[in-house]
Each structure stands twice: as C-alpha cells, then as structure tokens.
Design a protein around this ligand. Structure first.
Ligand code: ADE
Length: 388
C-alpha cells in the first residue's frame, strides 16, 4: 500500500517511523510519504489560509496549494481521505475496507476547514472519503490521520504475524473484547476466574462471549441490537416503534409495575406515574413522542420524549422488572435520545433521589445532577449536553 499524507505540520507524523507502521515499511508492505503542504504555496509567506467568504470566525484553507499538491502527487484513482470532525465516524469496518486499497492520500485540514471546492475537485479524480475520529474537535486532522493509518496498516494482509489475534479483538465481531488475564493465578488477593484455569475450551469460549456481551451492553449499548442487549436466551425478535392507542393499557400496566419499585425506593415521594389513569396515558401520546418495545407480542419496555424549550425532556423510561439489568434501559435511553428533534441542544430527565440503580445508569450515560426538581419533592433533575 502507498500512503501520502498532506499537512502543514508534517512533524506530527514522525511516530510513523516507529512501532507498527515502521515495521510495515521495513517489511515492504507500506510505502509512506509525508509532505508539507506549504511546498505547494506560491507566495513568499507560504500562506495556506484566508478569511471565509460570508464572514465568520476563523480561517479557511485556500484551494490552490491543495490543487497543486494533487496534480504533482497524481491523486487520480487513489482514495483521498479528508480528516474532519464533520466526516463519517471512523470504525473498524472502515479500517478493514481501507486496508484493501492500494493507495491512500490523507488531506489534513486545519483552522475552520478546507475550501469545499478542494473536496469537490478531488471527487472528480479520486474516491473521496470524509472521516471523523469521533464526536470531538481536534486542532487539525493530523492526529486523526495518524490513528486511521495505524488502524489500517495493521490490517494489511501479511502485516500481523498471527492473524488470529485480529479476529478476537474488540470491534471485530461487533462486541468489545472480553477481559484478559495472565500469570500469576492469584495477585494481591485477586484471583483469575476459575473457568480460565479449567482447560475446558468450550466453557472458556462461552465465558468469554458472555463477558464480551455484558461489557458491550454496559459500555456500548449502541453497538448491540436490542435483542442482544436484552440477552435472555430467546429474546431475539424485538419490535421497537411509536406507541399507538392500542398500546396504552399495557403501558399503564408496565408503568405501575415499574414505578411501584420507585415508590418503594423513595417512600416519601408521591410518584405521578402510579396515579395516572388510562385517559391520562392516552392524552400523553399527544403531548409526547412515546415509543414501545415488544417481544413476541409482549410490551416489555417504553420511553417518551418531548421538546421543552431547547431541551429534549425524557420521561417514563421503563423496562419490565424481570428484564432489568440486561442493558435494555441503557439501549432505550440512547434510542430515545436519538429521536430528539433538531432544535434540542440538551437532554433532561428526572428520577427519585434514592433510586440508586437509575442514578448509576444515567451517570454512566453521561448525565449530571442538577439538583432538586421544582414541584416534585424527592426527585432530582439530570441533564446532558447533546452532541451533534
Ligand atoms: N479534525 C479536527 N477534529 C477532528 C476529528 N474529530 N476527526 C477528524 N479530523 C478532525
């Protein structure tokens, strides 16, 4: 594979001489060229940026140096990757696909980005990808290009001494990797799980799969299909959809079952969900966007959201008591967050101040305590910023 990198900070890429990409180069699997974009400027100050048309803060990268670089490097037919926070999120699947390409050209933007015509022009000559490392903003695309290069290069056929080690990594099978242990079997009073010392390969494989699934349900429920997130043996056919009038009876029943637990955890609070009538729930379908989860016909979970100013107010997150603790609540929370309309810039919800399990789940999902809720004694408000 040949990789060209275009950046105004080529020194960022010196780590590529070391470690894995360095090894790939030594093996002849990688032909890497890092270029200083400023060599394609034509003015005395080697300018690469200018003020944006239409006004606004920051500077935009000028098109000419990029065009000159593309011509000289003959990008035609290559895959050109623009690293940008507004790109598609980088995934292991993308890394696997990119590892099959013969030539990658990384274009690392700085400032507020690159003149859009550079991307349009490149797309007439090459396969263009706009890729983001994640939902946060770096000072430029260099760190993203480094990370993508490392993830891709180690997947080039012939690079890994033991390709089997690739198959068991996090993300390769859609799950996070199970926990690993080495000698000694006991360390500081912590024991290695007995099954790993048993020599029973089937039991070990089953244990590892279950650990990977649990870890994924807890840390990354978004990676799991709800059926896996639930994981009671046969819960494999979940239906998730907007609630209709015909769901209301079961919503009310589930609500009473779930909030009975809340009432027990918070004995001094009047729990509104326990006092609503069928008509109240029917009326709520108008005011809220309510979704239900059914498994083989049974309504097992529900949640709702509505816009309150700029906040997507989330309520009535409920999972049937016998199915709690399996990641379905976390999954449903992420799901109802994804239903928030454009104007929402934050999420808000409230729960009982003594509902420890709920509080733990919301904290893990990124919510912060905002104190008591006016008019609802014993309840606490939690909020989270929305990330676009
Ligand atoms: N440039 C700045 N932030 C970035 C990000 N999150 N991913 C890729 N390139 C970037």
């Amino acid at each position: 594979m040949r990789i060209d990198v275009l950046s105004i900070f080529p020194d960022y890429f010196s780590p590529l001489e070391l470690s894995l990409p360095g090894k790939a180069r030594a093996k002849g699997l990688l032909d890497l060229h890092v270029h200083d974009l400023r060599q394609w400027t034509t003015d005395k100050h080697h300018t690469t940026d200018d003020t944006p048309y239409g006004g606004g803060a920051g500077m935009v990268m000028k098109p000419e140096p990029w065009g000159n670089a593309f011509d000289e490097l003959e990008i035609d037919g290559a895959t050109v990757i623009f690293t940008t926070p507004s790109g598609a999120p980088f995934t292991q699947e993308m890394a696997r696909e990119l590892a099959t390409h013969e030539r990658l050209v990384f274009a690392c933007g700085r400032y507020e980005g690159i003149d859009q015509r550079v991307i349009e022009h490149a797309a007439t000559r090459a396969d263009v990808r706009e890729i983001s490392l994640g939902d946060y903003v770096l000072n430029g695309g260099e760190v993203a290009a480094l990370a993508i290069t490392e993830a891709v290069v180690r997947l080039i056929p012939g690079f890994m001494g033991n390709p089997e080690s690739l198959a068991e990594e996090s993300h390769e099978d859609g799950l996070l990797e199970y926990p690993v242990f080495t000698k000694p079997a006991a360390w500081r009073e912590l024991e290695v799980p007995a099954v790993l010392l048993s020599g029973n390969h089937a039991a070990i494989a089953e244990w590892r799969h279950e650990q990977a699934r649990r870890r994924t349900a807890e840390r990354r429920p978004d990676l799991l299909h709800p059926s896996q997130a639930v994981t009671v043996g046969d819960l494999d056919a979940l239906e998730v959809r907007a609630a209709i009038r015909g769901d209301v009876g079961e919503i009310l029943t589930l609500q009473r079952a779930c909030w009975m637990q809340e009432a027990q955890a918070n004995p001094d609070i009047e729990v509104p969900a326990l006092h609503e009538s069928l008509d109240d729930v029917v009326g709520s379908l108008e005011a809220w966007t309510t979704h239900v989860v059914r498994h083989r016909g049974r309504l097992i979970a529900s949640c709702r959201g509505r816009l309150e100013g700029s906040a997507w107010d989330i309520g009535r997150l409920m999972v049937a008591p016998d199915l709690q603790g399996r990641g379905l609540g976390r999954w449903l929370l992420a799901y109802v967050e994804s239903l928030a309309p454009e104007p929402a810039t934050s999420f808000s919800l409230f729960t009982g101040a003594s509902s420890t399990e709920n509080l733990r789940m919301y904290k893990k999902a990124g919510y912060r305590h905002r104190g008591a809720v006016d008019g609802v004694p014993g309840a606490v408000l939690l909020t989270k910023r929305r990330i676009f």
